[in-house]
Design a protein around this ligand. Structure first.
Ligand SMILES: C[S@@+](CC[C@H](N)C(=O)[O-])C[C@H]1O[C@@H](n2cnc3c(N)ncnc32)[C@H](O)[C@@H]1O
Length: 355
């Protein structure tokens, strides 16, 4: 009863709202096999958090019974993680890590067999759980991003994909998909701290199940690693605060420090904190008026302004973009490009074209 909200507060007989009504638990064979794989490897997934289609759309993790602040949502032995870089080597970027994914897993029959329950849970190229990063855009669409740093970042990733694909003897399409998997699902963990001039060691990993958790700027869960220096360390997802039944379990990507450039470039989405409301009334009240969101983005936008010597600035106004966004098909490439531009314009205080 305690966890059941009512449509009107108080009032006996008020209509009860099922907190799980907009989620659909994922009972697919793939998901069952994934959880079994984790349990067999000595991991523990809390029964109160389940993989689901969240708010009838994206796949994510949902709290099915209230979880208390500090409670462990999932703990996994590090042996279950897929390393994509050598901790003793120089840092690798996500495209190089994608090459390692190909060499170390896809081209290794034994590992393929072991990790099969995980690999079959991954989104497919162009499938339902796929949000293309700008390296999937056409040249015209990339130009429409307008923001020089985003365009540079995208072009250099495309170049790197082509380079690594050639070196590995695979098609650019395949390598681009592995790079998408790597950038949108793996993360770097620090294994040691910088010590007497020795560089801190870090490793890029894919962690089954953890990579089902979506990002929120006001996340309710966090990642932790117990005994990182040991070979058999443990990865943990823990509740940062009480999570109620029906709420999505979220973490902050990049420990919450990623900018819009990182989120759009690496994951293919724009931070929802700043999501544009889709009706005009809210737009007038909200986004057009809103102040820059994160200090990080304010700084980045201002820095861009300072060095815009070779850039004519935006081609359209903030208002034009918002107007067009409202009429755009949700989730389309055009909508996502506009969402990105509006986000940056708001963050940097740009309102007009050519600024
Ligand atoms: C680590 S995965 C999270 C799980 C993913 N939804 C799945 O079904 O496998 C990261 C991907 O999830 C999606 N995602 C995560 N957080 C999001 C958010 N706040 N808004 C939109 N998409 C998000 C993006 O497609 C991103 O590339």
């Amino acid at each position: 009863f305690a966890a059941t909200k009512t449509a009107k507060s108080g009032g006996f007989g008020a209509k009860k709202v099922d907190p799980m009504a907009t989620h659909r638990l994922d009972n697919s064979l793939e998901t069952m096999k994934l959880v079994e794989f984790i349990n067999n490897a000595g991991g523990k997934c809390n029964e109160k958090a389940k993989i689901a289609s969240v708010k009838n759309a994206m796949r994510g993790l949902v709290c099915t019974k209230d979880i208390k602040k500090g409670e462990t949502i999932c703990s996994l032995p590090s042996s279950i993680a897929l390393a994509l870089s050598d901790p003793n080597a120089e840092d690798v970027d996500v495209v190089e890590a994608a090459g390692n994914y190909l060499d170390w897993y896809l081209n290794n029959a034994e590992r393929m067999e072991y990790f099969e329950p995980y690999l079959s849970s991954l989104p497919t190229d162009g499938g339902d759980e796929f949000s293309p990063t700008p390296d999937y855009f056409s040249m015209e669409e990339i130009a429409e991003l307008e923001f020089p740093k985003m365009i540079e970042k995208t072009m250099s990733r495309i170049e790197k994909i082509s380079e690594v694909a050639k070196a590995k003897g695979v098609s650019e399409e395949d390598l681009r998909y592995y790079a998408w998997l790597t950038s949108s699902r793996s993360f770097n963990i620090r294994l040691s701290i910088e010590d007497e001039g020795a560089k801190a060691k870090s490793v890029r990993v894919l962690v089954p199940f953890f990579d089902m958790i979506n990002h929120s700027p006001s996340s309710n869960a966090e990642f932790d690693i117990l005994d990182p220096e040991l070979d058999d360390s443990t990865f943990v997802i823990r509740a940062k605060r009480n999570i109620r039944e029906g709420q999505e379990v979220t973490i902050g990507y990049g420990s919450g420090g990623f900018s819009s450039l990182d989120l759009f470039g690496e994951y293919g989405f724009v931070d929802p904190l700043d999501k544009m409301e889709s009706d005009e009334k809210n737009v007038k009240k909200g986004p057009l008026q809103r102040k820059p969101v994160t200090p990080d983005e304010r700084m980045m936008a201002k820095e861009e302004e300072r060095m815009k010597g070779n850039w004519d600035g935006w081609q359209t106004t903030l208002e034009d973009d918002v107007k067009e966004f409202i009429d755009c098909e949700p989730g389309s490439t055009r909508a996502r490009i506009l969402e990105f531009r509006v986000k940056l314009k708001r963050a940097g205080g740009w309102e007009g074209a050519g600024e």
